[in-house]
Design a protein around this ligand. Structure first.
Ligand SMILES: [Zn+2]
Ligand SMILES: [Zn+2]
Ligand SMILES: [Zn+2]
Length: 232
């Protein structure tokens, strides 16, 4: 095959890939557009439901059950409406009463980031939900997580230098720096900060007392003293 026709072939391939990419991008745009439309529909539906709560009389038990179901859905799923907006349609004096008498609690399942086990959590209120989402997004392992224990064991057995390169240590290190206000805990300098391990016993699950933030100078002094002491 001549180099010219080889080139032609390559160019043809590139053009095919280009047009496929273009088509994929168009599709992604359409998906986003549809998502937006769906959200708008959902909002319109919820708004209609909220309106329905306000206009109907709900005289018999069945109506009351329906109304309650509606309120429950709006309370837990239509977070763009205030609790007060929903409360308005009931003869209740407080949000607590609304939750207790009308809305009720829900059960959510969270998954342990270490072992993947599902944990069922009873959620009592919207503020409770917000707190839980926050907590669980921040990686909350299950109680007595075996996978986590194994992982920490693995971190402890790593050579110290390797451990310092792990994501786990980088996150812990950042926490210590933030808690110390990004200052050396001996001389308040803000430059060249190190997080020094006072003990290596709890690698992977360091407690507050296990580490100290030191600037380069103080850190060196610290180690000099430690070396001198161990030589004695
Ligand atoms: Zn777990
Ligand atoms: Zn050190
Ligand atoms: Zn210092």
């Amino acid at each position: 095959m001549s180099s010219a026709s080889l080139w032609g072939l390559v160019r043809e391939q590139v053009m095919t890939i280009d047009s496929r990419l273009q088509r994929a991008n168009d599709l992604i745009d359409k998906i986003h557009e549809t998502e937006k439309q769906l959200n708008d529909f959902k909002y319109a539906l919820d708004a209609a439901a909220l309106y329905a709560l306000s206009v109907n009389d709900y005289e018999n038990d069945r109506d009351w059950t329906e109304k309650r179901k509606l309120a429950r859905r709006l309370y837990w799923e239509a977070l763009y409406f205030e609790e007060d907006d929903i409360k308005e349609f009931y003869n209740v004096s407080s949000i607590e009463e609304l939750i207790q008498c009308v809305v009720g609690s829900i059960t959510k399942t969270y998954y342990c980031p270490c072992c993947g086990i599902g944990m069922k959590v009873e959620v009592e209120s919207r503020s409770d939900l917000e707190r839980l989402e926050h907590q669980h997004y921040a990686d909350n392992p299950c109680d007595d997580c075996i996978a986590l224990k194994r992982h920490i064991e693995h971190l402890k057995q790593m050579p110290y230098k390797e451990y310092l390169k792990t994501d786990e240590w980088q996150i812990t290190r950042q926490c210590f720096l933030e808690k110390a206000d990004n200052k050396c805990q001996l001389c308040n300098t803000e430059k060249y900060l190190h997080v020094h391990h006072r003990t290596y016993e709890n690698l992977g699950e360091e407690e507050d007392k296990d580490c100290i933030v030191l600037c380069r100078g103080c850190h060196a002094k610290f180690h000099d003293i430690a070396v001198a002491e161990s030589a004695r």
